[in-house]
Ligand binder design. Structure first.
Ligand SMILES: [Fe+2]
Ligand SMILES: [Fe+2]
Length: 317
């Protein structure tokens, strides 16, 4: 019997969310301001990055040969669209209140997702014979990135326990809700990549590029936010200073945010030829959190109208 193209044998649900951004502090992990910035900067990467994920999976849909996987991909797109929008709202209603320079933050990711990874990279029109390979490669980028997001999700669900440790409940919930849905849909992008391409060498090559880039985005984003925080020592505000890496590692030791060693070890697992994201995290744990998240206002499928709104918001973002 041939293996199923979709390994997700559980239900995935795009959930509507509503987070109240009236009182959350910028240093929402009071014990560790550095870690607060190490998580907050994700919102900028996620707004543009997850919109890119939606575009890629949408383009891959006609090439998916398995009906169940195609349905999974459509749910993945809707979940990621909601994630991207929720982080945009958190930036507009929360981070800007503290004078965070959003232009500076977005610049870091726009170059990658909105210039280089386009259908016409840097404005260069690809010949027709290269277009399918370029799509496969970019779906590979999504699969590689999703390896990190589901790994981060499992970390958050099993180690961080922010709210129980006295961190701001709304920011904790935003990132834990998102983490849990990343765990829930962790198999989809990888299964799509395997279904439309499946080439191991390309998968490994893409991770070889994605891992340092992803780690750099994490480090640079943290520094950009920490730069405006007078409580952070100056020597921790540059990725070229050992103090920065020590502070990041220290936040990891305290289980507030995954650190540099976590990125290295997580990256290496992806190179195993038998790797599959199914084995990387716990769906039960994720769905248990999602069933009681305060930000989730609708644990059922969103309506047809909402689906259209989500997509329209993304297109206009
Ligand atoms: Fe997401
Ligand atoms: Fe995701």
């Amino acid at each position: 019997m041939s293996k199923a193209a979709s390994k997700a044998d559980w239900e995935m649900i795009p959930r509507k969310v509503d987070f109240k951004w009236d009182v959350s502090p910028l240093q929402w992990i009071p014990q560790d301001p550095f870690a607060s910035h190490g998580i907050n900067h994700f919102s900028f990467t996620l707004v543009r990055g997850e919109f890119f994920f939606c575009r890629m999976l949408n383009q891959a849909l006609p090439y998916i040969t398995d009906e169940k996987l195609k349905q999974d991909a459509k749910i993945f797109i809707r979940q990621e669209a909601i994630h991207s929008q929720a982080h945009k709202v958190s930036i507009d209603e929360y981070l800007v209140r503290y004078g965070v320079n959003t232009t500076e933050q977005y610049q870091r990711v726009v170059k990658i997702f909105d210039n280089f990874l386009l259908d016409d990279p840097l404005g260069y029109k690809l010949p027709k014979r290269l277009q399918r390979g370029w799509l496969n490669l970019r779906v590979g980028v999504v699969a590689a990135a999703e390896h990190f997001t589901s790994g981060l999700g499992q970390y958050v669900l099993t180690r961080s326990h922010w709210e129980a440790r006295g961190c701001d409940p709304v920011v904790s919930d935003l990132f834990t809700w998102h983490s849990a849905e990343e765990v829930e849909h962790r198999t989809v992008a990888f299964d799509v990549y395997q279904n439309i391409c499946g080439n191991y060498a390309l998968r490994a090559l893409v991770m070889g590029i994605t891992a340092p880039l992803f780690t750099y985005l994490m480090a640079a984003g943290t520094v950009q936010l920490a730069m405006h925080d007078s409580s952070i020592p100056k020597k921790q505000k540059s990725i070229w200073r050992p103090a920065f890496w020590k502070a990041w590692h220290h936040s990891d030791l305290n289980s507030y945010v995954p650190g540099p060693l976590w990125y290295l070890v997580t990256t290496l697992r992806y190179f195993k030829p038998s790797y599959h994201p199914y084995y990387e995290a716990s769906t039960e744990l994720a769905q248990a959190y999602l069933s009681q998240s305060k930000g989730v206002v609708d644990n059922q499928q969103t309506s047809q109208v909402s689906k259209k709104q989500e997509v329209a918001q993304q297109v206009n973002a």
